[in-house]
Design a binder for this molecule. Structure first.
Ligand code: DHB
Ligand code: FE
Length: 285
């Protein structure tokens, strides 16, 4: 059967993608950001996952205000890189895993979560920047990726609680897949940032640090945090952090599976564009 070996959490700052694509990673402003992923790149190479289930949000590139799915699973064989206004990023297209994605859709929908099934979708910086941070600049991404898009752009966004429970349903689906696949689940977006209005530029290190602590040690309690606390403390775009709870909800320890996960890597850095960069790797124990 398939198993979930680890979860990865990372911000998706678009300027990080631009810095990489334009060869600026060694510049003093960017060097400390990329250095925070040196361990992760080596680790991912050694882990050789068969599939990455990548929870992310689209930023009005695949979905406009015409159509706003709360949860959308990418079931296609491949996904093109979106043009976000400056041409598509020069990164590989994403190869999907239609068979596992279809199985997860079947299981999770029958488990009472309403997923939108997406057979054609371009993927934006929400998905490509986490891959770039974790993989560098390869000719092809190291394994198939199942894109799982969450609406955190247009209200109402799903609650942290709903995301956490969904993570448990996704776990159940993956563990019932009849092939011995090593699957990782990634939760992306965040950390604190606000891009609009009088509080644009808001960063809250204390909130972010506490969020990382609780995501590791008390995800159940953290999942009950209401939206208003995210918006007030982490800024209007800080709500992206609910996606991290999907990945955390899929880990062994919160599903009757024993020990707390091993914290393999933890990183936090400000500034990167308008966003605090946070990153964690948790391994099932
Ligand atoms: C920025 C951050 C985001 O999460 C995003 O989606 C777009 C821009 C920023 O830091 O500017
Ligand atoms: Fe974003």
């Amino acid at each position: 059967m398939a198993r979930i070996s680890a979860s990865v959490y990372t911000s998706h700052v678009p300027a990080v993608g631009a810095a990489l694509d334009l060869g600026k990673t060694a510049e003093p402003y960017w060097q400390p950001v990329f250095a925070g992923y040196d361990f992760s790149k080596q680790w991912l190479k050694e882990q050789k996952p068969d599939v990455i289930f990548l929870v992310y949000n689209d930023h009005a590139n695949a979905f406009s205000l015409d159509l706003i799915p709360t949860f959308a699973i990418g079931t296609a064989a491949e996904f093109a890189v979106a043009d976000e206004g400056w041409g598509p990023r020069p990164v590989p297209k994403v190869i999907g895993h239609p068979k596992l994605a279809g199985h997860i859709a079947q299981s999770v929908i029958q488990d009472d979560f309403d997923l939108t099934i997406v057979n054609k979708m371009d993927i934006d910086h929400g998905l490509t920047v986490p891959l770039s941070l974790m993989c560098g600049q390869p000719q092809a991404w190291p394994c198939p990726v199942i894109p799982f898009a969450v609406n955190v752009v247009q209200y109402p966004a799903p609650s942290g609680r709903r995301c956490y429970m969904l993570g448990k349903a996704i776990r159940k689906a993956i563990l019932s897949y009849d092939e011995p696949l090593n699957v990782q689940i990634w939760g992306t977006g965040g950390m604190s940032h606000q891009l609009q209005g009088p509080r644009a530029g808001l960063i809250n290190k204390e909130f972010d640090t506490n969020f990382l602590d609780r995501l590791i040690a008390d995800p159940e309690g953290l999942s009950k945090m209401p939206h208003i606390d995210y918006v007030r403390e982490a800024g209007s775009e800080g709500i992206e952090l609910v996606m991290w709870l999907i990945a955390r909800g899929a880990m062994n320890d919160v599903n009757g599976g024993g020990n707390k996960p091993k914290v393999l890597h933890r990183f936090y850095h400000v500034p990167a564009s308008n966003t605090a960069v946070g990153h964690l790797i948790l391994e099932n124990n």
